[in-house]
Write a protein that binds this ligand. Structure first.
Ligand code: MRU
Length: 360
């Protein structure tokens, strides 16, 4: 698979336009942070790690755009850019990346040109780290995947949801590689935006991985018929309590998996963990009702019907068998195990500050 997001040598950013896939593979190329903000808002780029990397590159573009004469001027411009780029509330990777870029800018000395250079470097580093984190997730998960396994997933946590490879994508791809293709996937279509049908099916079939598409309502039946061996899903945010926030439908899948004794795994990088927010405080994005009222631009219901359209749900830790991270596997997650894995090691690389609240 190609890279979802790339910083090009001429200081522009290239994104795959995910609203057009799988029928058209088209790229957006821009030098403006506002265009990146629109791409995140309109889901031309989507998936938690991908919007984090895109936002970091948006901040680097903003730094170049600012033509600031002083560090103060640059910081002011960047704070405005962070507010503009912060267009989706649920995936913590977005505020994590914005915060990290601001922190680098604030901590940098030297003239504005040198700080701009540092920010471009940091954005590229965030993207590169994402690729490496995904690979490590896949490596840690491999012993849990057996030859011949069929994996149920939802939404898209593949290459397209990250810079490259994916979180769930890495789990699937590394197992596919290790077991000479003896891995199958059931992809839930993921109403209403169809990320499973449009994106997961597309990228897995590009890689010759045996893929079957089902509607979200078929999950219980597929489990009862013994068609899958485990579930592997991504995450937009994982709390220190072990609560997993992911695409709407994930919670229902976890309940059905528990009823049928099917292991329920979550794959996510460090940047998806939020150690500050409680389950009650998580903001679940509520999306436009027309996403449900319409299919392919046409109403399929009474146009005036009330709609409830939360984009994400919260799965409690007792339904989670294990979380595959880039630092290791957390079985039967709880606060002690999560903080044990991350607590001390989070200081250092990001200056000891935990992921941000998004207050700029
Ligand atoms: O609304 P989306 O398409 O951005 O939602 C994406 C998901 O819910 C993914 O499962 C999640 O971001 C994990 S991506 C590695």
């Amino acid at each position: 698979m190609f890279r979802t997001i790339e910083w090009l040598d001429d200081n522009s950013v290239r994104l795959v336009d995910q609203t057009k896939l799988p029928l058209v593979v088209e790229h957006i190329v821009t030098r403006r942070h506002e265009r990146i903000a629109r791409a995140i808002k309109d889901m031309e780029v989507r998936g938690a790690p991908a919007i984090g990397a895109a936002a970091a590159m948006g901040m680097a573009l903003a730094a170049i755009e600012s033509h600031a004469k002083s560090k103060e001027e640059l910081l002011q411009f960047l704070e405005g850019a962070a507010r503009t780029l912060n267009t989706r509330p649920t995936a913590v990777n977005l505020t994590w990346a914005l915060d990290r870029m601001l922190r680098v800018a604030r901590a940098s000395s030297g003239n504005p040109d040198e700080i701009v250079e540092r920010l471009v470097k940091e954005a590229k580093t965030i993207a590169e780290e994402d690729v490496q984190m995904c690979r490590r997730i896949g490596e840690f998960a491999l012993p849990y995947m057996k030859p011949g396994y069929t994996i149920q997933t939802i939404c898209n946590a593949g290459s397209l949801a990250t810079v490259h490879l994916g979180t769930v994508g890495a789990v699937i791809r590394l197992a596919h590689e290790a077991y000479d293709g003896a891995i199958r996937v059931y992809a839930a279509e993921t109403r209403p935006r169809q990320q499973g049908a449009r994106l997961t099916v597309f990228e897995l079939m590009e890689d010759n991985i045996d893929t079957t598409l089902i509607t979200d309502g078929m999950i219980g039946t597929v489990f009862r018929e013994g068609r899958v061996d485990c579930c592997v899903v991504g995450a937009d945010r994982i709390l220190k309590t072990g609560h997993v926030i992911n695409k709407i439908g994930t919670y229902t899948m976890a309940i059905a998996a528990r009823y049928h004794n099917i292991p329920f795994y979550v794959a996510a990088p460090t940047s998806t963990f939020d150690f500050k927010t409680s389950p009650e405080e998580v903001v679940i994005e509520e999306r436009d009702g027309d996403e449900i009222r319409k299919i392919n631009g046409e109403y399929v219901t009474v146009p005036t019907v009330k709609v409830y359209n939360p984009g994400f749900d919260i799965t409690p830790p007792d339904l989670v068998t294990a979380i595959f991270t880039d630092r290791g596997v957390i079985e039967r997650p709880d606060e002690e195990k999560i903080m044990g894995l991350f607590g001390t090691r989070l200081s250092g690389r990001w200056g000891g500050r935990l992921p941000a609240t998004g207050q700029y």
